[in-house]
Write a protein that binds this ligand. Structure first.
Ligand code: ATP
Length: 452
């Protein structure tokens, strides 16, 4: 726990109800912390301005104003003080508003003392020198300077300072997972794990044990106790990719775990407290999934506290050349090669291309071009842009000889997979459906055929 000049951290508790104030005070004192009290918004502002506060916990509804005023005061003055709000049961709207205004977390009444302790411990880590790593330019691993990407990066910076759930939207390959990793790596959770989960790739019958873990003997074949994703991400960030693919039964269990901040392993009788930050992503329209009854509205509201939109590459055309250079430099060094130049015709075609698969597609195009080029320069033909999407067309690869048979079959399979991916704008779940194979099988085939 952080200490200033070896003194215990000082917490400001803001509440106009003496009973609750006292309960919180006792809990914090037992944790070895110093506590100051304020009985309303005005007193809180004055105490904050006097300095020396490391963390602020404020009630939402008070006689002389709202906890939001306290949050906004801290933000407006630029104080580096984490603030959490305590809201009335069921008033999630208030909590969301506070998170948007800069609160790092919230507690719902009746306040569970265990949750209070977890929140305080996690907040005070914000103060640790290692945890409060300021964002440096080296952390900004998104290449690009267009207004679209700058806007996303600014929001990522703000989100890294909060504990609020984040919902990342954007087309396939637009950098949603990269954004989630960046939020985690700039947050005070960066010394703890980042656990990415592809919700569409887990067989439904294994979901519960994969997410929550299982005790020995919980099911046939469970010969040891196992942790799930939640336990693995404890203290860190759980990234739920393709969250729209979660079956409804699992959505109920996930909502419960998020709300209660507790999970129970399969076959266990007791629950354990879990502290994870949830970031989720999908390329689907989650609001539409709610309308169609495929996604629970209550879970949607829980996850969609703050939305981060990752722009498609075609909306940041001015960045295409810079991103292409950055990717080429990385790919060339991975292959132990010198970085080849991008010929003017190739650059021109890339700038005009629509990139249905976004940066991932650009990566694939360049990886293939690197293998095809003469080592010095990448020309238009090396890019093999698909005919329908590029202005400058090149003939698609001919199927060629039928022998050896395996090579011929691999080429046919690759063509079919690429066509399905192209049709679905690189949505692997949909592509697997078109191809009549499971998501896993498609992933395996893509790996085998080096379609990354
Ligand atoms: N601006 C950028 N600069 C450099 N690399 C980027 C940029 N945006 C994305 N990438 C890279 O593009 C690839 C695809 O990104 P990522 O996997 O984050 O996309 P995604 O939206 O999560 O994809 P999917 O929807 O398929 O899960 C990754 O290798 C990522 O590092």
């Amino acid at each position: 726990m952080s200490k200033r000049n070896n003194k215990p951290p000082r917490i400001l508790v803001v509440d106009d109800e003496p009973d609750l104030r006292e309960l919180v005070e006792l809990t914090l004192l037992k944790m070895g912390l110093d506590v100051d009290m304020a009985d309303g918004v005005a007193a809180a502002k004055a105490r904050l301005d006097a300095g020396g506060i490391d963390l602020c916990l404020t009630d939402m509804r008070m006689g002389d104003g709202s906890g939001l005023d306290v949050v906004r005061h801290i933000e407006a003055r630029g104080y580096d003080i984490p603030v959490a709000v305590i809201t009335a049961y069921g008033s999630l709207d208030n909590a969301v508003e506070a998170l948007k205004a800069g609160a790092f977390d919230y507690l719902a009444k009746p306040v569970s003392l265990e949750q209070l302790r977890t929140l305080v411990r996690s907040a005070l880590e914000l103060d640790k020198p290692a945890g409060s790593k300021p964002a440096t330019s080296a952390d900004r691993t998104f290449i690009g300077d267009s207004p679209a990407i700058r806007h996303a990066l600014q929001l990522i910076d703000r989100l890294a300072k909060s504990q609020a759930p984040v919902y990342i939207t954007g087309e396939s390959g637009s950098g949603k997972e990269r954004a989630a990793r960046l939020i985690h790596s700039q947050s005070n959770r960066n010394s703890q794990p980042f656990v990415p989960v592809n919700c569409g790739a887990i067989p439904e019958n294994l979901m519960e044990s994969e997410f929550f873990g299982s005790k020995k003997g919980a099911y046939t074949g469970a010969d040891t106790e196992r942790d799930g994703f939640f336990q693995a991400a404890h203290g860190g960030t759980l990234f739920l990719d393709e969250v729209a693919d979660l079956p409804l039964a699992m959505q109920v269990k996930l909502l419960r775990a998020i709300q209660e901040k507790h999970v129970r392993k399969l076959g266990d009788t007791k629950e354990t407290a879990i502290d994870v930050r949830i970031i989720c992503a999908t390329h689907q329209n989650l609001a539409k999934c709610v309308d169609e009854g495929r996604f629970r509205q209550d879970l949607y509201y829980r996850l969609n506290v703050i939305e981060l939109k990752m722009p498609p590459l075609r909306e940041m055309r001015e960045d295409v050349a810079g991103i292409a250079h950055g990717l080429l430099a990385r790919l060339a060094s991975q292959n132990g090669m010198d970085e080849p130049k991008l010929g003017p015709d190739a650059l021109q075609a890339l700038a005009a291309y629509d990139f249905p698969g976004n940066v991932r597609e650009l990566e694939n195009i360049l990886e293939r071009a690197l293998a095809l080029c003469d080592g010095k320069q990448i020309r238009l033909a090396d890019l093999q842009l698909s005919r329908s999407d590029s202005d400058e067309s090149t003939p698609s690869a001919a199927i060629g000889d039928k022998y050896p048979l395996q090579d011929y079959l691999d080429r046919m399979e690759k063509e079919a997979i690429l066509e399905a991916l192209d049709k679905t704008r690189f949505n692997r779940t949909q592509a697997a459906k078109i191809l009549g194979v499971t998501f896993r099988s498609l992933r395996y085939r893509m790996e085998r055929l080096s379609i990354s």
